[in-house]
Design a protein around this ligand. Sequence first.
Ligand SMILES: Cc1ncc(COP(=O)(O)O)c(C=O)c1O
Length: 499
Amino acid sequence: MSHLFEHEGADGKGYSQPDPVAPVDNLQIPSSLVRAKLPRWPRLSEPEMVRHYTWLSTRNFGIDTGFYPLGSCTMKHNPRINEVIAQLPGIADIHPLQPEHQIQGTLAIFHEMQDMLGICAGMDAVTLQPVAGAQGEFTAIRCIQEYFRGRGELGRTKVIVPDSAHGTNPASAAMAGFEIIEIPSREDGRIDLDALRAVVGDDTAAMMITNPSTLGVFEPEIAQAADIVHEAGGQMYYDGANFNAILGRTSPGLMGFDAVHYNLHKTFSQPHGGGGPGSGPIGVKSHLAKFLPGPVVKRRPILAGDQLTSVNKEWWYHWHQPENSIGKVQQWHGNSGAVVRCWAYYRRYGRELKTMSEHAVLNANYLRHKIIEEAEKIGVRHLFADGAPVDVVKHEFTISMAPMKEECGIGAMDIAKGLLDMGYMAPTVYFPLIVPECMMVEPTETESKETLDEFAKKFVEVLQEDPDVLHNAPVTTKVRRVDEVYAARNLTLSYPFDE
Ligand SMILES: Cc1ncc(COP(=O)(O)O)c(C=O)c1O
């Protein structure tokens, strides 16, 4: 099919608009804003348009089409009931500027989400505003910065990150103006307390770390790390991207953290392939609460004169601007559709959420051992090594394809492309950076034993494939191997019109 704009198609149009309420000439649009030329809409009828988007969707791979073990991204099933709830007219058709008495239901949902997230993470206050994990990191680090400014501790200019950190951690802190101090991990991928002690001081603003780490390994010495940072006067920041592994079992608050971001799209549910849309609320301990971006939702007992709805049994919900807010980080109130979907998910599972994290961990450990078992059966175990030499991982695990690269020139990327030909989404490759030729596998809790068994078999089949075939893979997908560096550096998102 040709590109939308190249399609000569019918002279029709795939849209219809109501007649304007006032004659367009009377709208008094400032002349600087009036178009000089008519817009270049594609000339397509409705069926042609429908065909185009349906065709595009068939070129995609998603969690609804197959197994998607993309480590660190937590590509889990999104129950359809969430969509039904998010699309209810009382939720989907409201405007962010509507008066509070008309949106008590949505405010109640937001309030419950803030509450629930605070309890799960052991935090005192939550804002739902950031729309991605990375934005949550930046927001929380800015709150920490304002906290120190308020105390006159202007010399706290450094943020410590382990070398296993996700790239967004140092990037967010650097965007806020901090200097990044990277510390090496131990042999087993865990935090090195001596390396931490060597760098903390009165210039330390915070340490940013995720637990379980990006290697899928739990940090048993996290409380000691928190003590070291706190004794030096710094703050502990929890990257919540791996919260799916511990939800209901322990919490960042118990581990000694002061601030956390949640990736709602990973821990709860919200379709998030291809970069969006997400939701990255943050939670903080009480000393940071007044810096949160607003508005947040608060509630108070009902008063005479409130315009009550069926939602208002006991409480009236209202917007609240934190006292020393760092300001907005997102328009309106964040990604409200994502918040509602995640609220529906949490409401559906309630206390069973603990089982979710248990199953995520069980599936990761099962798959890890199954791959090893299958590889041993056919004598290819020597082709890959454990990313971290631990007996038990959390919700994901890493393997290094360095031995295979050494033996026959086949690296993580070739294996990943070979898996695409087997009908799977590939695991994450080349992250974390401390594992050479890394593949990071995260099956999530919703996959069945059959799916995991089948994947383990196919994975070792790929290891046996002819190197020439793997260098050329994938051959069965709609798009063959692309030059990813070129694509990233030369991103073209608009149609190149002649003029
Ligand atoms: C460990 C970790 N931290 C932070 C992030 C950033 O989250 P987001 O993609 O929502 O910005 C990710 C995303 O993959 C991650 O895996």
